[in-house]
Ligand binder design. Structure first.
Ligand code: OGA
Ligand code: NI
Length: 333
C-alpha cells in the first residue's frame, strides 16, 4: 500500500492519479428547495414513523434520524476517538496497514483495498473492521479508550438499525423480525478520514456508489461532504448535530424487490477542513441466502432476481470495481 493521503496532503498539489474524468467531478450543487433530505424524528408516533420512513426510503433511499435514543456522549466520544486515532503518529498505525486477508482483522488503507490496481485514487484514508465481539482483540489499542467507546457505539448503531428495519418491514409488508438474525449478522465499521484537499473540484472522497449491504448508519460532524443522487441531481446531506444518517443498502433494495430504493451517494472533499465520518454497515452473513422477500413478490410484481448467497454477490461486487448493478446481473431474472 502507498502512504496514507493524510501523511502528505499538505506537501504538494493534487497528483494526476487523483483527477477524475470531467463527468464524474463534483461540479456545482444546484438544489431545488423541495429536494432536501428528509429528517425523521424517531419520537413521533409509530404510524407516522412507518409512513415517513417508507416515503423517505422510496424517494431518496437516504434520510437522517433525530431523537433516536442513542446517548449524545456516545456519539461525541466516538468522533473524538477517531480524531485521536487518525492523529496518531505513523508508527502507531503501521501494524494496521500491513496487508492481511484475514476478515477478522483491522485494515487501514488509503483510497480502497484495490489501490495498486485502481485507475484513480480516492482522497481518503479508511479504517475498517468487523464489530463482532470475537474481533475486538484485533481492534486498535490506541487511543486508550478505542475499544470501550467503539464497542458501545456499535451496539447502539445495530440497535437503531434493527429498529429502522422493523419500521420498514411494517411499511412494505415483510414479516416482523425478518432482518433480525442472519441478514444483519455482520456489523462492519468503516471510519473515513478526508484530509483538506488542494483541489476539491477535480477529485472525490468516494465516487458514486451504492453500499453493498442492508442498511448503513452513518455518524458525521459539522463538516459537509456527503451527497445523495435524487432524480439525477446531487443533493448535500446537511450535517445536523446528534443526528445519524441512514441509507438503504443495495441488498435491501433487492430483498424489497425494488420497493425500497438503495441510495446512490458520493463524498466531495473541501480545501480547509479534515472530515471524519464513521459508517456502521449492517451486512448479511456470507453464506446467507438473499432473495426478494416472498411477501413482497406478487403476480404483478414478480421477483427481479433469483436467490443467491451474499458472498457470491460480494465477490462480483469487488471484481466489478464496486458496481452493484453489474454485481447483481448474473442473478437477474
Ligand atoms: C461510505 C460512505 C460517506 C461519508 O463509507 O460508504 O458512503 O460521508 N461514506 O463518508
Ligand atoms: Ni457509502
Amino acid at each position: 500500500m502507498d502512504k496514507l493521503v493524510s501523511s502528505w496532503y499538505n506537501d504538494q498539489s493534487l497528483p494526476e492519479s487523483y483527477i477524475f474524468p470531467p463527468h464524474e467531478r463534483p461540479g456545482k450543487l444546484l438544489v431545488p428547495r423541495c429536494n432536501t433530505v428528509p429528517v425523521i424524528d424517531l419520537s413521533d408516533t409509530r404510524t407516522n414513523l412507518v409512513h415517513q420512513i417508507l416515503k423517505a426510503s422510496q424517494e431518496f433511499g437516504l434520510f437522517q434520524v433525530v431523537n433516536h435514543g442513542v446517548p449524545p456522549n456516545i456519539m461525541s466520544e466516538t468522533m473524538s476517538v477517531f480524531h485521536k486515532f487518525f492523529e496518531l503518529p505513523a508508527e502507531d498505525k503501521a501494524s494496521l496497514t500491513v496487508y492481511t486477508n484475514d476478515p477478522k482483522r483491522c485494515k487501514l488503507v488509503t483510497s480502497t483495498l484495490d489501490y495498486d490496481r485502481e485507475k484513480i485514487h480516492l482522497w481518503r484514508d479508511v479504517l475498517r473492521h468487523p464489530c463482532h465481539p470475537d474481533c475486538i482483540e484485533f481492534w486498535p489499542r490506541k487511543p486508550l479508550r478505542y475499544r470501550e467507546v467503539v464497542a458501545a457505539c456499535s451496539i447502539e448503531a445495530k440497535k437503531l438499525g434493527l429498529e429502522i428495519l422493523e419500521l420498514l418491514c411494517e411499511g412494505i409488508g415483510i414479516e416482523h423480525g425478518y432482518f433480525e438474525h442472519e441478514l444483519t449478522e455482520d456489523l462492519l465499521l468503516g471510519a473515513n478520514h478526508y484530509p483538506p484537499c488542494p483541489d476539491p473540484s477535480l477529485t472525490l472522497g468516494i465516487p458514486k456508489h451504492f453500499d453493498p449491504d442492508i442498511l448503513t448508519i452513518l455518524l458525521q460532524e459539522h463538516i459537509s461532504g456527503l451527497q445523495v443522487l435524487k432524480d439525477g441531481e446531487w443533493i448535500g446531506v446537511r450535517p445536523i448535530p446528534n443526528a445519524f444518517v441512514v441509507n438503504i443498502g443495495y441488498i435491501l433494495q433487492v430483498i424489497s424487490n425494488n420497493k425500497l430504493k438503495g441510495a446512490e451517494h458520493r463524498v466531495v472533499t473541501n480545501s480547509s477542513d479534515h472530515r471524519i465520518s464513521v459508517v456502521f454497515c449492517m451486512n448479511p452473513a456470507g453464506n446467507s441466502n438473499i432473495e426478494p422477500a416472498k411477501s413482497v413478490v406478487t403476480a404483478t410484481n414478480p421477483p427481479l432476481c433469483r436467490a443467491f448467497q451474499f458472498k457470491e454477490f460480494l465477490d462480483n461486487f469487488y471484481s466489478m470495481e464496486g458496481d452493484a448493478d453489474l454485481a447483481l446481473q448474473p442473478f437477474k431474472l
